[in-house]
Design a binder for this molecule. Structure first.
Ligand code: FMN
Length: 178
């Protein structure tokens, strides 16, 4: 029988549970997205998210988790639809911008308007246009569930966020054409 041995190194013992939790999450590599929408006044909103994942094939559902204290939370809590962009390595500045409160997030890159009137990053890799399917309360976040009504794939080298930094992943030769 194996038994877990407590890690008693000082740096581990000194960590608060929240710090430990964040450090544990930082060991999990994930893709990087920005999620955008527009409110009923046409004002554009967006945030960087690594909490994105595929949820269901039939119907095609994805989810992303948004902090309740985000300035854009009220807009996403009301939005009927929103857009997920999978970012490439060339988008690391944009990812940091969309993770910064109080800045104009849409002025440094080219965005088109989707059929639903939402901002779509012109040179994004994969773009998933979603209609709000459900929302769930989850601690200090809201889980946004979207039903994908349009998916576009463009060739790219996806960015991976790991240990609080962006890293490139070599694109598969057929990326964007499968
Ligand atoms: C790499 C990275 C991933 C992030 N992932 C998430 C996420 O999944 N959910 C979230 O609510 N915030 C996430 N954030 C933080 C938000 O992008 C950031 O707080 C953003 O400014 C919130 O929107 P606001 O400016 O409207 O407040 C992430 C930040 C970074 C740098």
């Amino acid at each position: 029988m194996t038994r877990a041995v407590p890690d008693n190194r000082p740096e581990v013992r000194a960590a608060t549970p929240a710090t430990r939790f964040r450090d544990a999450m930082a060991t999990f590599p994930s893709g990087v997205t920005i999620v955008t929408t527009a409110d009923w006044q046409g004002r554009q909103w967006g945030f960087t998210a690594t909490s994105f994942c595929s949820l269901s094939l039939d119907p095609p559902l994805v989810l992303v988790c948004l902090a309740k204290d985000a300035q854009c939370h009220p807009a996403f809590a009301e939005a009927d639809s929103w857009v997920v962009h999978v970012l490439g390595t060339e988008h690391s500045d944009l990812a940091l911008r969309f993770a910064t409160k109080g800045v104009d997030k849409f002025s440094t890159a080219v965005f088109h308007e989707s059929s639903r009137g939402h901002p779509v990053l012109a040179d994004a890799g994969t773009v998933l246009e979603c209609d709000t399917y459900d929302r769930h309360d989850a601690g200090d976040h809201t889980i946004l569930v979207g039903r994908v009504h349009e998916a576009r794939l463009n060739p790219m080298t996806p960015a991976v966020y790991f240990r609080r930094a962006f890293h490139p992943v070599p694109a598969h030769p057929s990326a964007g054409h499968s």
